[in-house]
Design a protein around this ligand. Structure first.
Ligand code: AMP
Ligand code: FES
Ligand code: ZN
Ligand code: ZN
Length: 321
């Protein structure tokens, strides 16, 4: 196991026994059980603070440490949060990587006794992610993320879920925002994920929960290791992640100056955004699939990809004849 106890305090802040971890932004060390309690309390507080009151929740489980920790913690908090919990895994068709993810997720969710479904990306887009990525110049992760969001929303909408929960963490959102500021992308700041977005059923949009938005990747890894939660640690073979990674490294330097800066940065943006009129984003319905889009020609981003994939398929098939 990784040694998470860095210098300073060696005694648990709560019970005084030997600590196994030091959390810089809380300036506190914890023993195993008090770290787990600290972690779960943060999840509950984040959802409470952003007005979540319960409902039928579908968790997107990829097999990575964030979403595996999330489903485990939500299962333990099920009664306190007043939720009915289900899970879904999207098989992206990324060769051995997807096979490995599917296996680890299925066996973990079965052990936990959570009802779940595995859906294949081909059911929605008629091609695997590696094939779709070949049809575009955009980074693999951007296209894949867009398709995953679309699939999670439509499965949840069609099956009457109130919320989708995903494992986005503090490093993800703070890096996304830092990049948006440093590259002058104000629309990305307005679009950044928040801990709770209520459902907008009139727009066929299920609500979103990101309960780990104020927990770091390291917190999630530690929670997994202390609870013996299995997870896939290999990076996705399609994602170079180079550009975002550079911005992520900037945080290491900033956090040395102020360990609470990352949380403060994200909270400051959220509070500022709440003061801005939400009506700036106009929503319309896609003329092909009926799900929402902001595009003027009324074609959502996923249907646009689908049209391109199908066009290329027809061209290749014609060449074969
Ligand atoms: P990512 O976009 O890969 O950073 O993933 C963000 C979150 O989306 C994860 O923490 C999961 O909750 C969810 N997610 C990602 N990939 C999948 C997948 N293949 N199946 C289900 N949920 C996923
Ligand atoms: Fe989507 Fe790798 S998981 S590009
Ligand atoms: Zn303790
Ligand atoms: Zn569409």
């Amino acid at each position: 196991m990784v040694n998470f106890l860095i210098n300073k305090l060696k005694r648990c802040r709560v019970c005084g026994s030997t600590a196994v971890v030091f959390i810089p932004y809380a300036n506190a060390a914890f023993c195993k059980s008090h770290f787990i309690a600290f972690y779960e309390r943060k999840i509950k507080k984040t959802l409470d603070d952003y007005g979540f009151k319960g409902g039928k929740v579908l968790v997107g489980v990829s097999g990575g440490k964030d979403s595996m920790a999330l489903i485990y913690a939500l299962k333990r908090l099920q009664n306190d949060l007043n939720i009915d919990l289900y899970a879904v895994h999207i098989d992206l068709g990324i060769h051995e990587y997807s096979e490995k993810s599917k296996k680890i997720v299925s066996s973990f969710l079965s052990d936990l006794g959570i009802e779940f479904e595995i859906v294949n990306v081909r059911r929605f887009i008629n091609a695997s992610i590696p094939k779709v990525v070949q049809t575009s110049r955009r980074p693999a992760c951007a296209i894949c993320g867009l398709i995953k969001r679309y699939i999670l929303n439509s499965i949840a909408y069609e099956n009457d879920y109130d919320y989708i929960a995903t494992g986005h963490n503090l490093d993800d959102v703070s890096t996304y925002l830092l990049k948006a500021f440093l590259t002058h992308r104000s629309e990305d700041i307005l679009r950044a994920p928040t801990p709770v977005s209520p459902p907008k059923k009139e727009y066929k949009l299920v609500g979103r929960l990101r309960p780990q938005l104020f927990l770091s990747e390291r917190d999630n890894q530690l929670y997994c290791e202390l609870n013996h939660i299995p997870y896939i640690d290999d990076p996705c073979p399609l994602s170079s992640g180079a550009s975002l990674f550079k911005y992520k490294l900037l945080w290491t330097k900033i956090l040395e100056t102020n360990p609470v800066s990352q949380i403060n940065f994200v909270k400051t943006v959220f509070e500022t955004r709440e003061k801005i009129d939400e009506s700036v984003q106009k929503l319309d319905f896609c003329k092909y699939c009926g799900y929402p889009t902001t595009s003027d020609d009324k074609i959502c981003a996923v249907c646009r990809i689908k049209l391109r994939v199908n066009k290329l398929k027809i061209k290749t098939d014609n060449r074969k004849h």
